[in-house]
Design a protein around this ligand. Structure first.
Ligand code: ZN
Length: 212
């Protein structure tokens, strides 16, 4: 390329590059498209044969074009990679967010479980350890002591320990018919006997309530 003729580049109105140089023989100014650099040509004036200069520049241009193309491809690729990375990090962020919510929910559930367990242990520790039942006692006047003894012993034999005896008075309002007949109601007394026995516990240690 060292034997290239001295030349200048000239941009045409179409945006393409021309190479401008002097005929090595008659020194007339000549111009060719840069694409023709390196080809043999003849001077239209003196017919001298020479190689159109500009090959070095043309090759530089080609290298720049290739390099620009490669850079554009690379940029586009890195843009895609960036987009992919962004999507991935967003997915990771969402996953972490879900994981965090799950951890919080688990912690709350664990706390509730601990609270329930504490409440259960408190009840178990502070429970009297007895269950109670109340039964109504009926008797006539003459046999009341005998009957009450029998009544208490009957439950005692079943494991129910006597606690107390009370009379409860209440006003039994008249039914529809009775109130139509002008009867306001009747005072009643019930005799209630309370028994207790040690509470039975289930497999969790909880008291099994007594069912009448
Ligand atoms: Zn010439």
């Amino acid at each position: 390329m060292s034997e290239e003729l001295p030349h200048k580049l000239h941009k045409t109105l179409l945006g393409t590059l021309n190479v401008k140089y002097l005929c090595p023989k008659c020194k007339r100014t000549l111009e060719n498209p840069l694409a023709e650099a390196g080809r043999e040509d003849a001077c239209p004036n003196c017919s001298a044969v020479f190689k159109v200069p500009g090959k070095t520049v043309q090759m530089q241009h080609e290298r720049q074009r290739q390099s620009a193309k490669a850079k554009a491809e690379n940029d586009s690729k890195s843009k895609r990679e960036q987009e992919l990375e962004k999507q991935q990090s967003e997915a990771i962020r969402l996953e972490e967010e879900r994981e965090e919510k799950r951890r919080v929910a688990e912690a709350i559930a664990a706390m509730k479980q601990i609270e329930q367990e504490n409440a259960r242990q408190f009840l178990q520790k502070n429970h009297s350890g007895y269950v109670y039942r109340v039964e109504q006692f009926h008797s006539n006047f003459q046999d009341c002591t005998t009957n009450l003894s029998k009544f208490i012993n009957h439950f005692s034999e079943q494991g129910w320990e006597y606690v107390e005896y009370i009379d409860v008075k209440f006003w039994d309002p008249a039914g529809c018919l009775a109130s139509l007949l002008g009867q306001p109601g009747i005072a009643r007394t019930v005799h209630l006997v309370t028994f207790k026995r040690p509470a039975l516990r289930d497999e969790n240690g909880d008291i099994i309530p007594f069912k009448q």
